[in-house]
Design a protein around this ligand. Structure first.
Ligand code: NAD
Length: 320
């Protein structure tokens, strides 16, 4: 099997390669060539940790495997980041393990790639102002991918903890874009594209805040109970996601679906837009992409990085 250490990923994986891998696997899901397996997520009762698996099989690229990992809130005291994961790939012809790949940076890159794919297909024409809600670890990756694959001229941002906004300001400066800290009504009125990436458990962006045309990539909600958007905003938007079943169970759309103001039939898998099977934005004023994070995204970027690592002599071969 091949081992690609976490420390090598930054020098191997590019945002372009992550974007291509995620776009391709969303398309494979829509064609019925790739499927995600049921997610396992358990509280360990040890170190307050949440641990789980996300797996799947993409028959079009012969990618089989799982990401194992989760959230260890006390890791800071050990000098480690709280989210820890590793991706394992298997040979679908034999069942033998073929690769173990550090999954921490890959998770950030594949999550940012998903919202960037949604922006490519769903942003209103001429989108110039990017609005960021959230200023944690993921937010910088989100902004970088959106700016790389969009045509933004300005970034505006809000965070529930204003002391963290320096991350957004520094990232925008690094990207050569002006940044302005604003309140949520201004953000909703001015931004053409909004990315929300927080750990919120109650709505931050309200229906009254958003003046269209706007595309919203809701990326923070990946667990039952989390919530970033007002369900009334969800109810009046055209809805897209990575995987419909996941969006109504652990994604942002769980709340509006629970209140029965939307149903699963109102939600389109973004892969259908990518393969030309759905028109996407059409005449909608507001579009929302619920990025719940599927295992196939992890497998797609891990397979891409294994290829790059082998090409560049950075993969370590071990017998198991
Ligand atoms: P982080 O801990 O670095 O930052 C947390 C962010 O949420 C900050 O903006 C913080 O101000 C805000 N926040 C914290 N507690 C809050 C609360 N109670 N109410 C409102 N806001 C609060 O986290 P991160 O690594 O940047 O991840 C952000 C979110 O994205 C998390 O919920 C994480 O689980 C989620 N995530 C989703 C995916 C996906 O595929 N959809 C992938 C990775 C992470």
């Amino acid at each position: 099997m091949w081992v690609v250490p976490e420390a090598e990923i930054a020098g191997l994986m590019t945002p372009e390669a992550a974007f291509e891998a995620v776009e391709a696997v969303f398309a494979a899901m829509a064609r019925g060539d790739a499927r995600n397996f049921p997610v396992v997520r358990e509280a360990l009762g040890h170190e307050d940790a949440l641990y789980g698996f996300k797996g799947g099989f993409d028959a079009s690229r012969l990618t089989l495997g799982l990401k194992a990992g989760g959230y260890w809130p006390n890791n800071g005291t050990r000098g480690l980041i709280n989210h820890q994961s590793t991706v394992f790939l298997f040979d679908p012809d034999t069942g033998r393990v073929s690769a173990a790949v550090g999954g921490n940076l890959l998770t950030a890159l594949r999550t940012a790639a998903a919202s960037a794919v949604s922006i490519k297909y769903l942003a209103p024409q001429g989108a110039r102002v990017l609005g960021m809600i959230g200023a944690g670890h993921q937010s910088a990756f989100q902004m970088r991918a959106a700016v790389r694959f969009g045509s933004f001229e300005k970034v505006i941002g809000w965070n529930p903890h204003p002391e963290m906004l320096t991350r957004l300001a520094d990232t925008a400066t690094d990207l050569g874009l002006p940044f302005e800290a604003v309140d949520l009504p201004q953000l909703g009125a001015e931004a053409d594209v909004i990315i929300s990436i927080t750990s919120a458990f109650s709505p931050l962006l309200l229906d009254a805040h958003v003046k269209g045309p706007t595309h919203i990539a809701a990326m923070g909600t990946d667990t039952k109970g989390k919530q970033e958007l007002d369900p009334a905003l969800v109810a009046r938007a055209r809805l897209f996601t990575d995987e419909v079943a996941q969006s109504v169970s652990i994604g942002e759309f769980q709340h509006a679906a629970g209140q029965k103001t939307i149903s699963a039939d109102d939600i389109t898998a973004i892969g259908r837009v990518i393969i030309g099977n759905h028109p996407g934005r059409g005449d909608a004023d507001i579009t929302i992409f619920d990025g719940t994070g599927v295992g196939l995204q992890d497998l797609a970027v891990a397979a891409a990085v294994v290829d790059l690592a082998k090409e560049q002599g950075k993969a370590v071969e071990v017998a198991i």
